[in-house]
Design a protein around this ligand. Structure first.
Ligand code: CTP
Ligand code: MN
Ligand code: MN
Ligand code: MN
Length: 373
């Protein structure tokens, strides 16, 4: 530690901190730091602390300006002891020993690296770590490791899909998929969801909902879209899951995180030429090979579930968590990607738009760009 300045915390006003508070080791951005701590807790299967750090990160993201002093932390809700301690360390010393400990931890580094591969979850990552593996190269060189199809695609396109997807690329993909869907069914409806619907400039993938205006007509559509993408030579990988929606089981079952809609997890080939023409951009003569691989999620709910699916897939994850919790605690209702169920009245509340759902919950409509919690 640097020279002994007493760590007292003033509650009434901001204590000016000695240096411009930009942390050296962590980039000084509190939400990012807290997300890292959340991830570390997740790897250690500490669910409570993980959620606590995520909630704190989301509160800090929602502030109009960044926190620059100890006083500013005091009035904030949802900041647990651990979060406060870390923030105080950073504000006072410019760095956090706790965070640095996590960041330099060999296991954390390995699990973070392994789970960055498409198709690799914490369990697989842990297994590889226990076998003494520490790098992606080592995994690929290990003859006894059986990668599944998704993981093989994850390694094959690792470079491309770990690179952020831009809004321009998302729009280009939207045109391609829309054109493909309309070629098959002219009245099909394609909606951009996920981070890009919330107005984000970059994402790790591009998310879409695909449906038909008439109930039941969506059946078979997604498979035909996939076939057509394959015929066009742009389907690099596809994992398709059929629908397992069973409304008759819904209220009795626990409302789950994973939904039951027909969907596919794709890797698509996006030609760079197409976007440059669209945006009038200059081609970078560097390493460009003329195309890149992009992760795409395509979900096909029946139209009577569309509003719930749209709300659920628009996110953010934290916003969804908060909204579901609000529905449960404040309204005695169960909300998930398929439905809204009123437990007191014992009935499903119908909705044809997101506005309907917010109205059922007694909330004012929240615009997608206000859902970046
Ligand atoms: N989602 C879901 N069920 C899944 C996967 C995702 O309901 N099996 C929802 C989540 O609520 C999430 C949203 O779909 O908020 C989009 O998921 P994802 O693409 O992972 O996150 P984004 O918010 O789009 O952010 P990113 O830029 O990382 O893609
Ligand atoms: Mn996304
Ligand atoms: Mn994500
Ligand atoms: Mn996604």
């Amino acid at each position: 530690m640097r020279e002994g300045r007493p760590v007292t915390v003033e509650t009434s006003h901001c204590i000016p901190v000695r240096e411009p508070v930009v942390s050296l080791s962590v980039g000084g951005h509190f939400p990012d730091v807290l997300e890292e701590l959340a991830e570390n807790s997740e790897f250690n299967e500490s669910k409570g602390p993980c959620l606590a750090f995520r909630r704190a990160a989301s509160v800090l993201k929602s502030l109009p300006s960044a926190v620059h002093c100890l006083g500013a932390i005091q009035g904030l809700p949802c900041l647990g002891e651990h979060t406060k301690a870390v923030m105080e360390e950073i504000l006072i010393f410019g760095r956090s020993f706790k965070v640095e400990e996590v960041q330099s931890d060999e296991r954390y580094q390995a699990l973070k690296l392994f789970t960055s591969v498409f198709g690799v979850g914490p369990k697989t990552a842990e297994k590889w770590y226990r076998r003494g593996l520490r790098s992606l190269k080592e995994i690929l060189a290990e003859p006894n490791i059986q990668l599944n199809r998704m993981q093989r695609a994850g390694f094959l396109y690792y470079r491309d899909i770990s690179k952020a997807v831009s809004k321009t690329e998302a729009k280009a993909l939207r045109s391609i998929i829309e054109e493909t869907a309309h070629w098959i069914a002219p009245d099909s409806i394609l909606a951009l969801t996920g981070g890009f619907r919330r107005g984000k400039e970059y994402g790790h993938d591009v998310d879409f909902l695909l449906t038909m205006p008439e109930m039941g007509k969506e059946e078979g559509l997604l498979l035909r879209v996939i076939d057509r993408l394959r015929d066009q030579g742009i389907l690099l990988y596809c994992e398709h899951q059929g629908s397992t929606v069973d409304m008759s089981k819904l209220p009795s079952r626990r409302f789950e995180a994973m939904d039951h809609f027909e969907k596919c997890f794709l890797i698509l080939r996006l030609e760079e030429g197409q976007m440059e023409r669209d945006e009038g951009l200059q081609k970078d003569p560097g390493e460009s090979r003329g195309w890149r691989a992009v992760r795409v999620d395509l979900v096909a709910p029946p139209v009577d579930r569309y509003a719930f699916a749209l709300l659920g897939w628009t996110g953010s994850r934290q916003f969804e968590r908060d909204l579901r919790r609000f529905a449960r605690k404040e309204r005695g209702m169960c909300l998930d990607n398929h439905a809204l169920y009123d437990k007191t009245k014992k009935l499903f509340l119908p909705a044809t738009s997101e506005e309907d759902i917010f109205a059922h919950l007694g909330l004012e409509y929240v615009e997608p760009w206000q859902r970046n919690a």
